[in-house]
Design a protein around this ligand. Structure first.
Ligand SMILES: Nc1ncnc2c1ncn2[C@@H]1O[C@H](COP(=O)(O)OP(=O)(O)OP(=O)(O)O)[C@@H](O)[C@H]1O
Ligand SMILES: [Mg+2]
Length: 338
């Protein structure tokens, strides 16, 4: 167990994403986050000597070495390979036979040792994907519960988009609609005073934008992703690639909003909304320049027929970390209730 620092509060939040794994803890200096890329690459054992010189995290296994996290992305570029990813479309990839072993190592790295025995860890689980009805999150949740427990923590699975309500909507009595635009998915939750009224996910987010723009312009997905992350102004795209990225962004936003309207109408009779509620956008995909403005443009055109009264649309303060923060808020609350 890690020695407890003076003033440290127990409880940890963990965001398990298709691209990033993030932990959040409370220390006397404020909230501390730790992030690692959810990726790895295998190299022959002969690469070990070279790796020993670098500060890359790696593990050895039957004649090969696995390089983990951000270093895997760099090595993939050096060797002209695609990095391997344990998650695909928001959930554990059925095609990646080494996913579970690698995920345990990545999570151990991001969580570190618990500050007390069986420290509480809230971890993110996506909502059921509505556009892939054959998929659910039962296996995914079970696997992560086991891994987090094996790391020495008490696991609490918790909805990804609800975490954004907990980190961003305290002043709205924890009411709002949250959208987490990640890599594999857009996760959506509607909450009224901390209670989840609706949640679902769709598989059209960052990877879908990259795939679509790549296919339309004859580029690799990795190249489009690099152009996108280097900074695109969605309100003023330059050149074919940026334009294609912008078209897919707009389509992803439209799709997410249409799905919210559709799903809400299906349950509308079951509860009433007391007043207008805010809509909060978050996730790495929302970091693109002009994202909030583009989102607003698309929303304004739908507002009249939108079944939920929205008071304002705003962006999370720290889009890559807001899910981990929201998980931490819930973990700390468990200790307060004692
Ligand atoms: N500056 C940027 N501009 C545009 N997109 C970005 C930027 N930085 C990161 N992204 C994109 O954000 C996505 C990763 O975001 P995030 O960490 O929220 O996803 P995740 O939680 O790992 O995925 P998911 O929740 O879907 O499983 C990737 O698609 C990445 O390309
Ligand atoms: Mg996410």
């Amino acid at each position: 167990m890690a020695p407890k620092k003076k003033g440290d509060t127990p409880g940890v939040g963990l965001d398990l994403g298709t691209m990033n794994i993030v932990s959040a803890r409370r220390s006397p200096e404020g909230v501390e986050t730790k992030r690692m890329r959810d990726a790895f690459i295998d190299l022959p054992i002969s690469a070990r000597k070279m790796l020993a010189l670098s500060d890359a995290s790696y593990v050895e296994r039957d004649g090969e070495v696995f390089i983990l996290g951000d270093a895997a992305m760099e090595m993939a570029n050096v060797f002209g390979r695609e990095p391997r990813r344990p998650l695909a479309g928001g959930i554990i990839s059925p095609k990646e036979s080494d996913a579970l072993e690698v995920l345990k190592l990545l999570i151990q790295h991001v969580l570190g040792a618990p500050s007390e025995e069986n420290e509480i860890c809230f971890f993110s689980v996506p909502a059921d994907p509505v556009d892939q009805p054959e998929q659910d999150v039962i296996y995914h949740r079970g696997v992560f519960e086991k891994i987090v427990r094996e790391c020495g923590y008490t696991p609490y699975p918790s909805n990804e988009a609800m975490a954004i309500i907990f980190s961003e909507c305290a002043l709205d009595q924890f009411s709002g609609v949250a959208l987490s635009f990640g890599s594999g998915m857009v996760n959506v939750a509607l909450a009224i005073q901390t209670l989840e009224g609706l949640s679902f996910s769709v598989a059209r987010s960052g990877d879908w934008i990259d795939r679509g723009a790549a296919k339309s312009t004859g580029n690799t997905q990795a190249r489009i992703c690099a152009i996108k992350e280097a900074g695109v102004n969605l309100l003023d795209p330059k050149g074919r690639e940026q334009e294609a990225i912008t078209y897919y962004y707009k389509a992803a936003i439209e799709y997410a909003l249409d799905q919210i309207a559709l799903r809400f109408k299906m349950i509308e009779g079951q509860f009433s909304l007391p007043r207008a509620i805010p809509m909060v956008v978050s996730g790495g995909t929302s970091l693109a320049g002009g994202f909030l403005e583009l989102f607003l443009q698309v929303f304004e055109r739908k507002r009249k027929r939108f079944p939920i009264e929205i008071s304002e649309v705003r962006q999370a303060k720290d889009p890559l970390n807001s899910v981990a923060y929201g998980m931490l808020v819930q973990a700390m609350q468990e200790y307060n209730d004692e």
